[in-house]
Design a protein around this ligand. Structure first.
Ligand SMILES: NC(=O)c1ccc[n+]([C@@H]2O[C@H](COP(=O)([O-])OP(=O)(O)OC[C@H]3O[C@@H](n4cnc5c(N)ncnc54)[C@H](OP(=O)(O)O)[C@@H]3O)[C@@H](O)[C@H]2O)c1
Length: 199
């Protein structure tokens, strides 16, 4: 399969690209680096990426920006970033990308465990994660030629280390990547794949 991975230069995306490259051809997309560059927050940029890459068998998105902030300090910009980038960025990736994905291909998006296990500071992230999971469930009802799923990572060990946290309760990027491979290689449709269920 030819697989386009958006966010392939990131913590999760790099591990997913490494794993999936064992059996598939990977096109790596990032914001500032990669085989192709894209800004999820800009639909024109998404169109340009697909024009450049052409037809693919699968799209994996392990990108999407949203900020942690105490609810009382959540600004308009915090909500806009979560809505425009992590939520609509990935939905636009599907809307534009479906014209470039081969029949019976797939698109796998990324939400996160904070949709169902929120923590203080996660309001806008939890909001868009939940919306993504509901979107995927509903969209699948109308998609016969394309599978759509969403992976919900837990806290990634490497990210916790970067944040100066104890990583012992985290899940490694390599283990998280395995769940993207399950979504790409499997036959599920409209599902949220919780990484904690796979480790
Ligand atoms: N890491 C965790 O613990 C964790 C837990 C739950 C959910 N998640 C979710 O998993 C996804 C990936 O997380 P991560 O930790 O792997 O992130 P990351 O290490 O920060 O990597 C982000 C990736 O997205 C790209 N990117 C940044 N801004 C972009 C934009 N505007 N348009 C397109 N691509 C953009 C980056 O490209 P450049 O490198 O070129 O900037 C990079 O490839 C995010 O949606 C995150 O919310 C992560």
């Amino acid at each position: 399969m030819k697989i386009l991975i958006i966010g392939a230069t990131g913590t999760i995306g790099k591990a997913a690209a490494k794993l999936l490259s064992e059996k598939h051809e990977i096109v790596a997309a990032g914001y500032s680096d990669g085989d192709v560059k894209v800004d999820l927050g800009n639909p024109e940029s998404i169109k340009a990426m697909f024009e450049q890459v052409g037809e693919v068998d699968a799209v994996v998105c392990s990108a999407g920006l949203a900020n942690f902030a105490p609810l009382a300090l959540h600004s308009d910009q915090d909500f806009e970033l979560a809505l425009n980038n992590k939520l609509m960025g990935q939905i636009n990736l599907f809307r534009i990308g479906q014209n470039y994905i081969t029949q019976q291909g797939s698109i796998t998006l990324t939400s996160g465990i904070l949709s169902r296990q929120p923590m203080p500071g996660s309001a806008s992230i939890s909001m868009v994660n939940g919306a993504l999971e509901s979107f995927v469930k509903a969209a699948a009802l109308e998609l016969e030629q394309l599978r759509i799923n969403v992976v919900a990572p837990g806290f990634v060990k490497e990210t916790m280390v970067m944040m100066g946290m104890d990583p012992s309760s985290g899940i490694s990027a390599a283990d998280t990547a395995k769940v993207y491979a399950v979504a790409v290689n499997g036959n599920m449709h409209g599902e949220t794949l919780d990484v904690i269920d796979y480790v």
